[in-house]
Design a binder for this molecule. Structure first.
Ligand SMILES: [Zn+2]
Length: 161
């Protein structure tokens, strides 16, 4: 690997503790990532492989923590879901301005929205038949669901009547 600045061959080593800023979170440290340094100039590169998977792993850790989500975590998890602020607001049932206040730290996310966001991350993508865009369609009027649950050889099968 040549230095992009001076063309010298860069030296590679494994970093024991690299503070990762790419998630926008203050306390994420990666262990064992490759760091390339140029012996001639000060050029330094850090190789972060499979970033999408990394962000998934970070997200999975965040949603299992006990304290309420921080503003940075709300923004990070919303981005992991691939949602804009407007789309996320529609799914949670709040104004886009409310999402902005959660993400800039002006207001704390409420306990229900906190849980909903965690749940949205938890069900995406392992349970791919759970359509998150349906959350934007939830109505204000309450009405009990009508279900038919059928015992099949492979398990229960529910169908909305
Ligand atoms: Zn160099």
């Amino acid at each position: 690997m040549k230095c992009p600045e001076c063309g010298e061959t860069m030296k590679s080593r494994r970093e024991g503790a690299y503070r990762y800023k790419g998630a926008g979170l203050p306390n994420v440290v990666l262990s064992g990532v490759e760091v390339r340094e140029c012996p001639s100039c000060s050029e330094r590169e850090v190789v972060i492989p499979r970033i999408e998977e990394l962000h998934r792993v970070i997200a999975s850790a965040i949603i299992t923590k006990r304290p309420r989500l921080t503003a940075d975590e709300v923004r990070f998890l919303r981005k992991v879901l691939g949602l804009s602020g407007v789309d996320f607001a529609a799914r949670v049932g709040v104004d886009p301005a409310t999402v902005s206040r959660w993400e800039n730290g002006h207001d704390a996310i409420g306990p229900q929205a906190d849980r909903l966001l965690r749940l949205m991350v938890a069900v995406t993508p392992p349970k791919t038949d759970y359509a998150l865009e349906d959350l934007a369609e939830i109505e204000d009027v309450a009405k009990p669901v009508r279900l038919r649950v059928e015992a099949q050889s492979r398990g229960w099968l529910a169908a909305v009547a």
